[in-house]
Design a protein around this ligand. Structure first.
Ligand code: UT7
Length: 355
């Protein structure tokens, strides 16, 4: 066995303990699809959808609106809103579950679009909690010295994997991208994350089949000379199971997040939960005892559930519409597939640039 070399000292990273959200940007696909249009392919009504979910419209991306293009647009706006030289951005994290291309992953292409070819860039998948996970990783990278200015994008093209004849899922999901710039700060504006997962409930939100099964079915049909269409993998969800988990378990995570941040419910000025269901958001706000004056994100009404993109999109909408102000203290909570969750208290960034 080789001798150990005890005389070598390996340097630790030199980071900054304080981190902050510097800027925010969003990309919402051009095409808006109403509840009425959704009801053309399912047995439902716009009233039922609005009452049960809080959704009226959602954006659905067209073929040229890809994970990379939507991310790049949102990221560029976030850098503009941050007021930094794009040259200082030294990492990009793209949080998504819906990039059709696994190789190459999206983030290096987004970095190139930002004019930062060559920097650290990677994708991260944690379902609808993806943005919170990405924000936690970015914050810890800055604290540990791995990077100074990190662009974190939450982006989804959910429409590619939705069966528009399935009335359990077709009305819920939408497409879009939201991005923030995270950087070092003398004061701290982003709390430690409270995160976790429950793989035992993983089946509650899943694909109907994996891509290998799909390819095998296509091959088998071709070998047998059958010309019927093989059905692609679609997203399926046990809505009421996820609803109960979110309203009960994730509400407790919200309270733990406040405790970890050392912030009381009375000090919260904005509440930005994952936009899964307006009724879940109200249940969480009630559980926390948030006062009437707290601004509660309601981007779901016009944007639907955009999974990992929903928190930065909702934050952007609140700042753009003046429902919340830069510098205010906000509680963010992401939750969904995995099942997984991530909560943080943050100080809100500068307003997004005008569209
Ligand atoms: O982003 C990831 C995290 N996701 C979530 O957190 C989603 C959580 N879940 C939800 O948001 C809700 O469960 C839904 C909005 C998906 C559904 O609302 P719900 O109040 O939980 O409805 P349900 O599934 O319990 O169904 C109630 C009834 C059923 O009929 P019966 O059995 O009572 O006769 C359904 O068959 O509503 C029926 N139904 C519909 N009716 C009209 C289900 N879907 C529809 C529909 N239109 N689209």
């Amino acid at each position: 066995m080789a001798d150990t070399n005890d005389t070598v000292t390996i340097a630790t990273g030199e980071g900054t303990s304080g981190t902050t959200l510097l800027g925010i940007g969003a990309y919402r696909p051009r095409r808006v699809v109403s509840n009425e249009q959704i009801c053309e392919t399912i047995d439902s009504t716009s009233e039922w959808i609005y009452e049960r979910s809080g959704i009226l419209n959602r954006h659905v991306a067209e073929p040229d609106e890809t994970i990379v293009s939507m991310s790049s647009e949102a990221a560029k706006k976030a850098v503009t809103s941050a007021g930094i030289d794009p040259e200082v951005v030294d990492a990009v994290i793209v949080c998504t579950s819906t990039n059709w291309t696994q190789v190459p992953h999206a983030a290096p292409q987004v970095a190139t679009d930002l004019g930062r070819n060559g920097i650290a860039a990677f994708d991260l998948t944690a379902g609808c909690a993806g943005f919170g996970y990405g924000l936690a990783v970015a914050t810890n990278m800055i604290r540990g010295g791995g990077a100074r200015y990190v662009v974190v994008v939450g982006v989804e093209k959910m429409s590619d994997g939705i069966d528009y004849s399935d009335r359990n899922t077709s009305f819920i999901f939408g497409d879009g991208a939201g991005a923030v710039v995270v950087g070092p700060s003398e004061t701290n504006d982003i709390s430690p994350v409270v995160w976790g997962s429950d793989g035992e409930k993983g089946d509650a939100i899943r694909q109907t089949k994996d891509f290998k099964q799909y390819v095998d079915e296509v091959d088998a049909a071709a070998a047998d000379g059958r010309d019927e269409a093989v059905i692609q993998p679609f997203l399926t969800m046990d809505g009421s199971k996820v609803f109960r988990w979110a309203a009960v378990q994730v509400s407790k995570v919200c309270a733990q997040t406040l405790e970890t941040a050392g912030v009381t419910a009375e000090q919260i000025q904005a509440f930005i939960p994952h936009q899964a269901n307006g009724r879940i958001n109200s249940a969480m706000a009630k559980h926390l005892g948030l006062s009437e004056s707290v601004a509660i994100a309601n981007d779901i009404e016009q944007t639907g559930n955009t999974s990992a993109a929903s928190i930065p999109l909702a934050m952007e909408a609140m700042l753009r519409d003046g429902e919340a102000e830069p510098g205010q203290v906000a509680l963010c909570i992401g939750f969904g597939a995995g099942l997984s969750y991530a909560g943080q208290v943050v100080r809100l960034p500068a307003a997004p640039p005008a569209a």
